[in-house]
Design a protein around this ligand. Sequence first.
Ligand SMILES: [Zn+2]
Length: 253
Amino acid sequence: MWRAARQLHAALAGRALTRTDFRVPRFATTDLRGRAISDVTPRGKHLLARVEGGVTIHTHLRMDGSWRIRPAGGYPPRDHRVRLVLANGEWQAVGYLLGVVEVLPTAREESVVGHLGPDLLGPDWDAAEAVRRLRANPARAVGEALLDQRNLAGIGNFYKSEVLFLRGVSPWRAVGDIDDLEALVALARRLLEANKERADQVTTGADRPGERSWAYGRPGRLCRRCGTAIRQTNQGAAPNERIVFWCPRCQPG
Ligand SMILES: [Zn+2]
């Protein structure tokens, strides 16, 4: 999301919109042509595009969403998956399968992102506040707590699995049982920072296919530390269960 926001900012900020195409019923008639986008900012997995005149376009990728940026000119794709097109004289940004597309007053942004915990890649990152929020629910399994964007914003299944492996912590350990939660959160931030410019996420230091992760995406393969088979399962209650990978020997409990 951080990379997508930066690319969208580079393509859209400071230029007047020449086309806005909201392909969601609620905003089908919204037209922001002629106004400039001032900036595009990520907040966790949310994206906020601020438009001249005190308006914000709020989007969220959810599970399947993505953005593509193409040179301007030509009509936007007639693809039923397109939810939003924002174009200026040079670029056309096309949002596919976005889970959320809405327009709201910039002054009311907090109503859609105000619940988020400190953003791991945000300018206002606050490690102590993230730890405080995690500890507020000490009985919760850490694998679930790390994904809860109200605690801290930015961790998905990949970093959850990798951080817990690297710290030797079982995803089912209760948050309150983890003494070094500060170190765990600090590691999550380091990994995100180290990868924020990259398309392929690497936690092992080895940027080669099949070698980029310790646990994530490696079910049945051997742990790089101890040789035990990595396991995969879903954690949490339906419909919010989330995939997790772990080594039962390196992450006991
Ligand atoms: Zn292991």
